[in-house]
Ligand binder design. Structure first.
Ligand SMILES: NC(=O)c1ccc[n+]([C@@H]2O[C@H](COP(=O)([O-])OP(=O)(O)OC[C@H]3O[C@@H](n4cnc5c(N)ncnc54)[C@H](OP(=O)(O)O)[C@@H]3O)[C@@H](O)[C@H]2O)c1
Length: 328
């Protein structure tokens, strides 16, 4: 695996070029500000009546309507939600100049056919491996976030140069850029979201909390045990790896983790993980995402309302208010 850093990457393909960032949400805000601070000419493209235009201008950035922003851009980065990339791309395509480079920060819409680009365009991926808030704060600290990069269409012959220069300008070259493909990035990312960090981990934390409370442990103690220690293990794994993390915990915790962890994550869980990967690859989740958007996000709204009313959230709020009072 080749990891490219700032010193390996030429910024020239972006120098004197105009970059339109479409969307000013989690990634859009971070990438627009990082590009601007790297000296790149940036315009943020927003839909008519967008509530974000004031925030864009207050941050010292140029805001424009999407159709105007893309018309004179050399690079167009699509940073609106994945499930609307098809309609957004259909809207902008007639306005894109011959040879424009179109970028994404997630491979989903290209991998699963939401977007099929005009043959004269470059199509590239710069996928930072973390949220936009962290991408921005790392940049401000002089650090960066690892990103995957890929090219799906190389009409100009220099799509890779543009992708890498873009990755460097948002700060990812400080940490490292790893070559991938739209398919690999999309499949691995969707799998992780569903089966590992974002899907399974919160569910296992909740299940542990509920088991302890049902067993007569107070909600506060159950919360501190099952959820409060997550940050500590995440930091240890980040700094030392999984084996290194185990070396610095007590023998009691290490033996317990060795015996208990294997009982919880058994072959049945691995089989369901394989099922999820197969479904992701077959495009089933991409279809569900599109259906969710068409329904006005009915399932997501219902799940969000329900989650706020659970005992685990009440306990979180109680512990947080005690912590706030102590800090004040
Ligand atoms: N969240 C992350 O940190 C993260 C990490 C890695 C990769 N990514 C990828 O980055 C991309 C953006 O994700 P995100 O989480 O940053 O998105 P997001 O925060 O949900 O994006 C919100 C922005 O998109 C605009 N938008 C929403 N619907 C629109 C529409 N129909 N037409 C035009 N603009 C619209 C919003 O406009 P208004 O301002 O008018 O409301 C807002 O500016 C996705 O491909 C995602 O997979 C995200």
């Amino acid at each position: 695996m080749e990891m490219l850093r700032d010193a390996d990457i030429d910024l020239t393909p972006l120098v004197g070029k105009r970059v339109a960032i479409l969307g000013y949400g989690n990634q859009g805000r971070a990438q627009a500000l990082n590009l601007h601070d790297s000296g790149i000419d940036v315009v943020v493209g927003l839909r008519g009546g967008s509530g974000s235009s004031f925030e864009v201008e207050a941050a010292g950035l140029e805001a424009a309507l999407i159709e105007d922003a893309v018309a004179d851009a050399d690079v167009v980065m699509i940073l609106a939600p994945d499930e609307i990339h098809d309609s957004l791309y259909a809207e902008i395509e007639p306005r894109l100049r011959h040879g424009t480079a179109v970028g994404f920060s997630h491979g989903l819409s290209v991998r699963f056919g939401f977007v099929r680009s005009r043959p004269d365009l470059d199509v590239f991926l710069i996928a930072p491996k973390g949220p936009g808030t962290a991408l921005r704060s790392l940049y401000q600290q002089g650090k960066g976030m690892i990103a995957l990069w890929a090219v799906d269409q190389d009409a100009s012959g220099n799509a890779a140069g543009i992708a890498l220069a873009y990755g460097r300008a948002i700060g990812c070259g400080r940490a490292g850029l790893i070559h991938s493909s739209f398919a690999e990035e999309a499949e691995a990312d969707l799998f992780n979201e569903q089966a590992v960090v974002w899907g399974a981990v919160p569910e296992i934390l909740s299940a542990g909390f509920e088991t302890l409370v049902a067993g007569g442990i107070s909600p506060e103690v159950a919360y501190l045990e099952c959820i409060g220690e997550l940050k500590l293990i995440a930091e240890l794994i980040e700094a030392r790896g999984i084996a290194g993390m185990r070396e610095v915990i007590s023998n009691t915790a290490e033996l317990g983790a060795f015996l208990g962890g294997k009982r919880i994550v058994d072959d049945a869980i691995r089989a369901r993980m394989s099922e999820i990967l197969a479904e992701v690859r077959a495009g089933r989740f991409a279809g569900e995402l599109k259906d969710e958007e068409k329904s006005g996000y009915a399932r997501l709204e219902a799940a969000r309302s329900k989650a706020r009313l659970t005992q685990i959230e009440e306990t979180f709020r109680r512990l947080q208010s005690v912590a706030d009072q102590s800090a004040g």
